[in-house]
Design a binder for this molecule. Structure first.
Ligand SMILES: *[C@@H]1O[C@H](CO)[C@@H](O)[C@H](O)[C@H]1NC(C)=O
Ligand SMILES: *[C@@H]1O[C@H](CO)[C@@H](O)[C@H](O)[C@H]1NC(C)=O
Ligand SMILES: *[C@@H]1O[C@H](CO)[C@@H](O)[C@H](O)[C@H]1NC(C)=O
Ligand SMILES: *[C@@H]1O[C@H](CO)[C@@H](O)[C@H](O)[C@H]1NC(C)=O
Length: 298
């Protein structure tokens, strides 16, 4: 009996342990799938591991900057980029932004020194932030920017701007086969996007169908889902997902005759299960495999 209860204890400890792993795996999966999470303040460190530098503790000695050196910022074409430069309190000195590629002085203090009025300083006094705001980001804006503080001697950090081209993607493209009378469900997701689009228009061939009867569109932060009730042959054709600020995507929908017993191998479902579920399944499999040698002894 004592042996049995010992094994039972081990059994439950293992179950709790693996449930913990499954939980951490699925929650990590969710956060990494949320692209917008990284938005424009996506801080990544080049070179040395920056674990101790995240809050600006530069290996013990307090630096002028709170913002990490070599911070990377992502912004999509046409969007707004915010390059951070948070400094510690200093008595004198001015913060300037310089574009590295041509050593162009962009801003000094709160003043913009550039004919290009897309560049602005976003100063938050009590936070000591001297972020550089770049509006209507262009591909040519990509590169290194220097935030310089005129201490003695002057000191600076670099911020890298990476410019992305946002594009739409429809799950199941290029072809989707559904049965006549069933729900047509199209999922459009945004790739390389840093900003939520103002709108997403859906087109059937050349016609916008967002407000058609039987159609509903569900907008997410980086996705748009089209539902069309009881599809029939007239719903055949090319569907386009066109976000306001991203390259559109298209899919060919084939509505199959409900009476015909045709079941093409290429039958696809737009709402197939997510990868999160498969990871959880994998972990459950590991639990059973490990527990099998324990059980026969009881
Ligand atoms: C940041 O990195 C650049 C290039 O590696 C270097 O020149 C600069 O001194 C660094 N700044 C600080 C505050 O460490
Ligand atoms: C579907 O329509 C879009 C927009 O009209 C077009 O760009 C695309 O080439 C079409 N695709 C096909 C396969 O016809
Ligand atoms: C679809 O079914 C209808 C009858 O329900 C039939 O008249 C038509 O020929 C069928 N079409 C195809 C392509 O099988
Ligand atoms: C979508 O998922 C639901 C249940 O999750 C299922 O009943 C339905 O058949 C699916 N539709 C398609 C087109 O895969």
């Amino acid at each position: 009996m004592a042996v049995t209860s010992k094994y039972l204890v081990i059994y439950f400890v293992l179950i709790i342990y693996f449930l913990g792993i499954i939980h951490s795996m699925s929650s990590r999966n969710i956060s990494s799938s949320q692209f917008r999470h990284r938005r424009s303040y996506g801080e990544r460190r080049k070179g040395k591991d920056g674990v101790s530098n995240i809050k600006g503790q530069l290996s013990g000695k307090p630096g002028v900057f709170v913002t990490e050196n070599c911070t990377v910022v992502l912004a999509q074409i046409g969007g707004t980029a915010t390059l951070p430069c948070v400094v510690r309190k200093f008595n004198s000195g001015v913060v300037s932004w310089i574009r590295k590629q041509d050593y162009h002085l962009l801003t000094v203090g709160l003043a913009t020194y550039n004919t290009d009025d897309r560049f602005l300083v976003e100063h938050v006094r009590h936070l000591q932030n001297w972020g550089l705001l770049i509006k209507h980001v262009q591909l040519s804006d990509a590169g290194l920017y220097e935030c310089q503080v005129s201490t003695h001697p002057p000191t600076n950090i670099l911020v890298e701007l990476k410019v992305t081209k946002a594009k739409a993607e429809i799950q199941g493209a290029p072809d989707l086969h559904i049965r006549s009378g069933s729900l047509l469900r199209l999922v459009c997701t945004l790739q390389y996007s840093t900003e939520t689009p103002a709108y997403v228009f859906w087109y059937h061939e050349q016609r916008m169908i967002n407000y058609d009867p039987g159609v509903s569109v569900i907008e997410g932060r980086s996705s748009s889902i089209l539902h069309l009730k009881e599809a029939d042959k007239s719903n055949n054709g090319n569907y386009t997902c066109s976000p306001s600020n991203a390259v559109p995507a298209s899919i060919n929908v084939h509505v199959l005759n409900a009476t015909a017993e045709e079941k093409p191998a290429a039958m696809q479902h737009a709402n197939s299960s997510s990868s999160t579920n498969s990871i959880a399944k994998c972990s459950l499999l590991i639990v059973t495999i490990i527990l099998i040698p324990v059980l026969p002894n009881t």
